[in-house]
Ligand binder design. Sequence first.
Ligand code: AMP
Length: 125
Amino acid sequence: MPIDATLPYDETNIFARILRGEIPNKTVYEDEHVLAFHDIAPQAPEHILVIPKGAYVSWDDFSARAGDAEIAAFVRAVGKIARDAGHVAPGYRLLANTGHDAGQEVPHLHVHIFAGRPLGPMLAR
Ligand code: AMP
């Protein structure tokens, strides 16, 4: 079910539980502000989720409330993860669903990194 991205942060969401260590993940990268792990249902040969460790519902929430250090760390981590995995030359796609019409299902900001094959059209028609 897509979420309403205007609702307050829900501490019980699955990524909050991953951050608290309550459920496992396949970690790709971690630093003070960021965790990245493999998507449980990959939609490309490479499908990584990058999340801030802070409690932000969506890109909207993060861009409005996060501090400069968190934002810088997050943006740099997304680039580094893709670069270190060798995805720059063949190419990759970033996606951050926000709210109902985008189909956001987990109410904790996450950027998808898709790579590993030609990724097709930008949106379903
Ligand atoms: P979105 O639709 O943008 O909110 O994407 C949520 C993503 O989270 C989907 O691609 C799911 O496959 C992924 N996902 C849900 N639960 C887990 C989990 N426990 N570990 C890793 N990925 C997950």
